[in-house]
Design a protein around this ligand. Structure first.
Ligand code: C2E
Ligand code: CA
Ligand code: CA
Ligand code: CA
Length: 279
């Protein structure tokens, strides 16, 4: 990139300039991150509130940057989404997750589902369906094992193409979750049109649950609405036993959060076996 002239850089405050430089550096480095094996998945359990058992694991992307250390997906996924790079990263992470679950399958219940996050751009990728089908069959994993999570805001673009892709994924046997629910502005009509199985209540409502009666009312209505639509409800960001007990009493189906288990590398999460995904 071209250097700004001396006169101009005086207008930038140092912090902003540093932030922009980091942004540009990360954007460049991200291209090499897949190739250099710097991306990996941390796994977090999803617990059934009736049986207290782990019913699913969510793969969360991590980037170990050679200089910056661990960069959070909240920072680098938006960078990847600015280009086609997200499709490469998304595809790579999907196959890594499927491969790792298949590898560790003997260490968890056979019914344990795998949750992978999809970016909005991946829904527009014509290869997504083929990639999903191929990855599952390569690893002998039944489609019902996989659940793809898409944020409410991504789903609410109302793209005909994306909706078609979602239906095809569903036909394949993959289940679909709407993530971060409550932060967007979806209408019931829109929700009803989408082939969804699971609704994840955004963590911001769970965090407010004990302090604010408003949040409790919202969570109660979300659960009621979701159940009317035959959706399984997952609360995310559960950090205390009080939140957990309250959610259970409100009829929430499943929960996820630091109180139940922090995201951890595959080896730690599944046990001692070392998965070789680098070959
Ligand atoms: P998300 O899918 O809503 O994932 C939940 C986020 O909440 C994760 O942040 C997780 O580490 C964090 N979390 C879990 N339990 C708790 C808790 O009890 N308290 C708090 N404060 N946080 C908790 P993370 O790993 O930083 O991921 C952030 C977001 O990045 C994810 O939100 C997801 O939207 C996106 N993301 C992560 N991995 C991928 C991926 O492979 N592909 C795509 N497209 N997006 C991903
Ligand atoms: Ca998610
Ligand atoms: Ca979420
Ligand atoms: Ca989120």
């Amino acid at each position: 990139a071209k250097e700004c002239g001396r006169g101009r850089s005086a207008f930038f405050d140092v912090e902003l300039r540093e932030r922009m430089q980091r942004h540009m550096r990360l954007e460049q480095d991200l291209r090499g991150a897949v190739r250099n094996d710097q991306l990996w998945l941390a796994y977090q359990p999803v617990i059934d509130l009736r049986t207290d058992r782990t019913v699913a694991v969510e793969g969360l992307l991590r980037w170990t940057h050679p200089e910056h250390g661990t960069v959070s997906p909240g920072e680098f996924i938006p960078l990847a989404e600015e280009s086609e790079l997200i499709n490469r990263i998304g595809g790579h992470m999907l196959s890594t997750a499927v491969h790792e679950l298949a590898f560790h399958r003997g260490r968890c219940e056979l019914s344990t589902r795998l949750k992978v996050n999809l970016s909005v751009r991946q829904l527009d990728d014509p290869w997504l369906l083929t990639t999903v089908r191929q990855t599952l069959s390569d690893n002998d994993l039944p489609a019902r094992t996989l659940c793809l999570e898409i944020t409410e805001s991504a789903l609410m673009r109302d793209s005909a193409e994306a909706t078609r892709v979602l239906h095809s994924l569903r036909e394949l046997g993959v289940s679909l979750a709407i993530d971060d629910f409550g932060t967007g502005y979806s209408s019931l009509a829109q929700l009803q049109r989408l082939p969804l199985d699971i609704l994840k209540i955004d963590r911001s409502f769970i965090a407010e649950l004990e302090q604010s009666p408003g949040a409790e009312n919202i969570v109660t209505s979300i659960i009621a609405m979701a159940h009317t639509m035959n959706l399984t409800v997952v609360a995310e960001g559960v950090e205390t036993v009080e939140q957990l007990d309250l959610l259970r009493s409100l009829g929430c189906d499943q929960a996820q959060g630091y109180y139940l288990g922090r995201p951890a590398p595959a080896r730690e999460f599944f046990g001692a076996a070392v998965s070789d995904t680098t070959s």
